[in-house]
Structure formats: C-alpha cells, structure tokens
Design a protein around this ligand. Structure first.
Ligand code: NAP
Length: 249
C-alpha cells in the first residue's frame, strides 16, 4: 500500500450495479480487500470470480439486521454506496422508496453501535441534481423548477436528497466515528477506460439542461482513490465533490 493510504477493507453497497461493480474492480486494483453486498436475486458480475481479496455477501440490505451488518463491518475501514433505484416502474415508484437513505442510516447506526475507536470513511454516490445546502449553491431557475417537479413525481430523487441531508445534518462534520463524502456525478455514461476528470466543490453547469458526461469508470476511479488516499480524503471529507469528464474527452 502506498504512503498516505490506510485503507485495508471496504464494503461496497450496490456492487452489482453499473458503477458499483466498477468500484469493486478499482478497489481490488489498489490491493484493497472488498466486501461486496449484492441482492440474492443479483447476478454475480463475471469479473468478481476468482478474486481472493473479494468477499461476496448476498443479502437484502433493506432487511438486514443491524447486528449482522455490524459483524460484516467489523474489520472494514470504509463503505462506498452505489445504491440506486432500478429504472423500472417498480424501482422508481415501488418500495423501498428510501432505499439509499435507509441503507446509509443503517450503516451509520451499525458503526455507532459497534463502538470501535477507529474512524470509518463513508462515500455516498449522489448526483449533481442535488445541491449541497451547506454551501450557497444557487442552481439556475430552470433547474430549480424541474427539480421541484422531480421531487414531487420521482421518489428516487427525494431519496438521493435525503441520503445526503442525513450525512450533512445528522452525521455532520465532527462525528467521532464517521467521516463522509457525497460524490456528485453529472450525466452518467459508460466507457471502458479511466480518462481525465475534473472535480469541483459545486456544479458548474445546469444539471438538467446542460449536463456534462461523467463516465461511471471515472466515478469509480475517483471514489476508490478518495477512500484510499488520505490526502485526497482530507481535501473532500464532509463535502459533496462534483465530477465531470475532462472537457476535451
Ligand atoms: N443516471 C445518471 O445519469 C445519474 C447521474 C448522477 C447520479 N446518479 C445516481 O447514481 C447512482 C448509481 O447509478 P448506477 O447507474 O450505477 O445504478 P444501477 O446500475 O442501477 O445500480 C443500482 C444498484 O442498486 C441496487 N439496488 C436497486 N434496488 C435495490 C433494492 N431494492 N435493494 C437493494 N439493492 C438495490 C442494484 O441492485 P440489482 O443489481 O440487484 O438491481 C444495483 O446494485 C444512483 O443513485 C443514481 O441516482 C445517476
């Protein structure tokens, strides 16, 4: 492990997803052990086979008892959540409506109950459609109007907002056991290779009418570096970094 890197084992929630599986691969490439949580109904991604630093746990995070989650977390140093609602009618409008928020809260409660003396790092995959209300972010009026409508019509948007709000307001900046970052990609795209990407404290574009591509592999690369690299972590902890592919890509 490189100097400045203290991460030995990371739990990944939503590890069967388009971004989650890339996060698992990026962590393994950095020689970090991974505990991948998948739904029992999920197919195990082919790249997960024959990885001796990877432990796969098939379980429903929504139903999982906190005490069991505590056991899974016991020797982890961090958690990355790539959970998101499936883009189906059931995924968008069915239960659990607060999949991401409830899961993040459960992880935090399990960490608190475990009462260890180490600090956990928690990364939430969020969205540029959500503002960081710790800052004076002022999205364009057109974006505000559409987001207000999405809030009424699309439960997953509310879930993304509530999950980040929980970290900002309940965990806050001075929690004894938990440090966090909520990573905000813009419009997710698929790409094979990691390319150059840019990071910002706040969105620089209209997330609805002028969204920029952010490839999932770049998001995965950033989140895995972020959780492993103490210098990078200290730069972004307690914040909601925005990631776009570099403009020339
Ligand atoms: N689309 C965009 O342009 C965009 C932009 C910015 C941010 N985002 C956010 O990025 C996040 C991840 O995006 P993605 O494209 O990687 O998502 P994805 O491929 O749909 O992956 C979602 C993950 O969540 C899991 N999941 C869904 N419903 C679940 C449930 N009820 N219980 C347990 N696990 C469940 C899925 O498991 P299964 O494989 O079992 O279904 C999968 O592992 C989402 O929160 C999304 O809001 C999206």
């Amino acid at each position: 492990m490189n100097k400045g890197m203290t991460m030995n084992k990371v739990m990944v929630l939503g590890s069967s997803g388009a971004t989650g599986r890339l996060v698992v691969s990026q962590l393994l490439k950095q020689n970090v052990e991974v505990v991948a949580i998948l739904r029992p109904s999920s197919d195990i991604p082919i790249e997960f086979t024959s990885q001796d630093k990877l432990k796969i746990i098939k379980t429903e995070i929504t139903d999982l008892k906190e005490s069991i989650l505590m056991d899974y977390l016991a020797d982890c140093d961090g958690v990355i959540s790539c959970l998101g609602h499936n883009l189906t009618f059931k995924g968008m409008f069915g239960h659990p409506k607060l999949l991401v928020t409830n899961s993040i809260e459960k992880v935090c409660r399990a960490i608190e109950r475990a009462g260890t003396d180490k600090t956990f790092k928690l990364i939430l995959m969020n969205t540029t459609g959500n503002s960081n209300r710790d800052l004076a972010e002022n999205p364009a009026t057109s974006q505000k109007i559409v987001i207000s409508i999405l809030r009424l019509l699309l439960p997953p948007h509310v879930d993304n907002e509530k999950a980040a709000d929980y970290l900002r307001l309940e965990i806050g900046q001075n929690h004894k056991l938990i440090e966090w970052a909520a990573v905000r990609p813009d419009s997710l795209t698929d790409s094979e290779e990691v390319t150059q990407y840019d990071l910002f404290v706040s969105p620089t574009r209209n997330a609805i009418f002028d969204a920029a591509p952010t490839s999932r592999v770049n998001v995965a690369n950033f989140m895995s570096r972020l959780i492993c690299d103490d210098t990078l972590w200290n730069q972004w902890k307690g914040k909601m970094p925005v990631i776009y592919n570099h403009a020339s890509e």
